[in-house]
Write a protein that binds this ligand. Structure first.
Ligand SMILES: *Cc1c(COP(=O)(O)O)cnc(C)c1O
Length: 381
């Protein structure tokens, strides 16, 4: 039986068209974009084109687009580089939501070791940050405010535009982790009025290990990766040419096909939910009026998620307990506990995340296996 993949929030398969656009840069066009000769120049042109494409699609200028090794580096850089640069102005506090990805939360912990103070924003039971809590957290010493566009465990959307306005009124920089949102909604840095925005190619059918940090022109940033003068002196290291080409190709294709695939994915997600509802004891986590079409985080009363995942995996279905980065740990999800779930409730929650290549047949088969396994686990618990 074919494997079923319901873990698109962790990563997506590489799109065939994207692979084909990358291949020449893995073969004949192997130049270093900084080399002063023909082979280097063709690589440089490819990187320039990719930067122009990405900038055009997010409403930025090409020189505001920085290529990184992925979402994690971009998130680290935004928070740490932004906070360190703000320190010169006496701003030594950083405000982050309590449901950020570990790439942001761990960066905040690094800042704390350097002497920064961190304020964590709570969320309501639907998993959303309230503007009143942002307002209450703001003071003169806040250098950077970080709020993700969409949460990777629940899919719940956050009030980014409003949060950015509050941060700016306070004289703080605003950073948005757009990694999970990028596949499903158009990102526009002018629209949202963000100072920094991150996203990552492998969440929208591009290659792993390649991301973008947008930094608004004029914003002071310290670099994280010291080295050569690449990326306007702010990010050392030879640019990953094949992956940058792949990121731009994947992002353009994603933007062009987004509405149609969102509709399909949402339909599949709803079908899956209606198929598993008859089990009873099924609760959907997260505000369902403000969510990505792809993520379905559900709690199965009386079931340990790790046992469920193991059983699904044995039957060839890939699902996750929460973020891939945390699934090796035994800790319950920080996102679900921030929403007020008990540790037990968080441990009986599972994240299904659907993608454009899933089929109705897979949904029905995956839902039938889910029902069978949940019923069996409940009987023996
Ligand atoms: C996947 C993800 C990241 C990390 O991106 P990588 O490219 O895997 O390092 C960061 N933030 C969010 C919200 C994500 O979903």
């Amino acid at each position: 039986m074919d494997r079923i993949y319901f873990d698109h929030a962790a990563t997506t398969p590489l799109d065939e068209d994207v692979l084909n656009k990358m291949l020449p840069y893995l073969r004949e066009c192997y130049g270093n974009p900084d080399s002063p000769h023909g082979v280097g120049r063709s690589a440089m042109h490819a990187v320039d084109d990719a930067r122009d494409t990405v900038a055009g699609l997010i409403g930025a200028k090409p020189n505001e687009v920085y290529f990184t090794s992925g979402g994690t580096e971009a998130d680290n850089w935004a928070l740490i580089g932004g906070a360190r640069a703000q320190k010169a102005k006496g701003k030594t506090r950083v405000v982050v939501s309590s449901i950020e990805h570990h790439a942001v939360l761990a960066a905040a912990e690094e800042l704390q070791k350097e002497g920064f103070s961190i304020t964590y924003l709570p969320v309501n039971e639907g998993g959303r940050v309230a503007l009143s809590d942002i307002r209450a957290a703001l003071s003169d010493d806040v250098g950077v405010v970080a709020l993700m566009a969409a949460n990777n465990e629940t899919g719940v959307l956050q009030p980014v535009r409003e949060a950015a306005a509050l941060a700016h009124k306070n004289g703080s920089l605003f950073f948005c982790d757009g990694v999970q949102a990028a596949p499903y909604m158009p990102l526009n840095v002018r629209d949202w009025d963000v100072d920094m925005l991150s996203f990552s190619a492998h969440k929208f059918y591009g290659p792993k290990g390649c991301g973008v940090l947008y930094i608004r022109g004029g914003v002071k940033m310290e670099r994280l990766v010291a080295g050569g003068e690449q990326e306007r002196g702010l990010r050392g290291g030879t640019v990953n040419v094949p992956s940058v080409v792949g990121l731009a190709a994947a992002y353009s294709k994603n933007v062009a096909t987004m509405y149609a695939s969102n509709e399909k994915i949402q339909r599949l997600r709803n079908l899956f939910l209606s198929e598993i509802m008859p089990l009873g004891g099924v609760t959907v986590n997260g505000d369902q009026t403000q969510t990505l079409p792809s993520v379905l985080n559900v709690r199965f009363a009386g079931v340990r998620n790790e046992e469920f995942l193991l059983n699904m995996d044995l039957r060839g279905v890939c699902v996750a307990a929460g973020s891939a980065c945390a699934s090796a740990s035994v800790k319950p999800s920080h996102v679900l506990t921030a929403m007020g779930l008990t540790e037990d409730e968080a441990r009986s929650s599972v994240r299904f995340s659907f993608g454009k290549n899933n089929t109705e047949e897979e949904i029905l088969r995956g839902a039938a296996l889910t029902k069978e396994i949940i019923e069996r686990l409940r009987k023996f618990s």
